[in-house]
Design a protein around this ligand. Structure first.
Ligand SMILES: CC(C)(COP(=O)(O)OP(=O)(O)OC[C@H]1O[C@@H](n2cnc3c(N)ncnc32)[C@H](O)[C@@H]1OP(=O)(O)O)[C@@H](O)C(=O)NCCC(=O)NCCS
Length: 261
């Protein structure tokens, strides 16, 4: 039998601390809800090492003294999930059922079909535009895949830019994507009807926020119809009022969320 290298004590302390932070994290219901917090009264050196590896964010006060909580980064969550898997520990139900990741080029057709189901024809992104978007910015798609079937259940996508205001050309012209852009213009949030109301959209949006925060992006911008404004506000977005967008001949609200400022 192949023998695994023994972990050092520090490696084990770090892994177990990270797993405990993950398992005990919670939303405090204040500010940007996508940043859940966890109490961090564990071994100080382990907390420092996890912070150095960008697995957690350990906020410090300018004049010394610390906060009692830490945030988990998206990288930290991924690592924690791997640790739970190795230890055969049950994860959150949504992570037991779904895998979250960037899109693959061969999934363009599936994404376009989901878009067709989720949006009326005057608003849906065509397969041609979806394919173009995926070819330039696959890392700005975030998909949820049902583990049992391999089926895509939903996704969020956008393109990066230094522009501040949403304009409809972002929907149709993938060449506007600037990989180093500080802002992301979000172009669509879709969850298939059979996977709705179990928190998938929320998980996709929050994971997306943390992932882009780690890439030093500044702001996510989107347009929402009147009915979905409340939902995006729950996700932490601000309503900026009427947007210049006339997409699909409809009226839209412009909304945004700050990631780094
Ligand atoms: C809107 C959509 C993405 C929601 O997906 P979902 O996975 O069912 O949403 P979640 O389960 O994560 O719900 C998160 C929160 O948003 C709220 N919400 C979900 N769908 C909503 C809707 N259609 N209208 C208003 N609020 C809604 C939920 O009540 C929930 O809040 P709660 O936790 O306080 O109950 C999905 O219904 C969809 O794809 N619709 C068609 C496309 C669309 O409208 N996209 C968004 C506009 S770009």
């Amino acid at each position: 039998m192949e023998e695994m290298d023994k972990k050092t004590r520090n490696e084990a302390i770090d892994e177990l601390t990270l797993a405990l932070i993950y398992l005990t994290r919670f939303s405090d219901g204040e500010g940007n809800r996508y940043d859940e917090i966890a109490w961090k009264n564990y071994d100080f050196d382990a907390i420092d090492r996890l912070d150095e590896e960008n697995l957690i964010v350990n906020p410090k006060r300018k004049r010394g003294g610390g906060y009692k909580y830490a945030y988990m980064t998206e990288k930290g969550r991924r690592k924690a999930r791997e640790i739970l898997h190795q230890w055969n520990i049950e994860d959150d139900e949504i992570y037991e059922k779904f895998e979250f990741r960037s899109i693959r080029p061969e999934e363009a057709k599936e994404a376009a079909e989901i878009e067709r189901i989720c949006f009326p024809p005057n608003e849906a992104c065509s397969e041609k535009h979806m394919t173009e978007r995926i070819s330039v910015a696959p890392d700005l798609f975030y998909v949820a895949i049902e583990k049992e079937t391999g089926k895509m259940a939903g996704f969020l996508n956008g393109i990066a830019t230094d522009e501040m205001v949403f304009r409809d050309e972002f929907f149709t012209d993938a060449s506007l994507h600037n990989p180093k852009g500080r802002n992301i213009m979000l172009l669509g949030l879709d969850v298939l009807p059979e996977f709705r109301k179990i928190g998938l959209a929320r998980e996709i949006v929050w994971n997306y926020c943390r992932r882009e925060e780690e890439k030093e992006r500044k702001r996510l911008v989107l347009t929402s119809n009147e009915k979905k404004v409340k939902m995006y506000r729950k996700f932490g977005f601000r309503d900026l009022g009427e947007s210049a967008s006339e997409w699909g001949g409809e009226k839209w609200h412009e909304m945004d969320i700050f990631l780094n400022w």
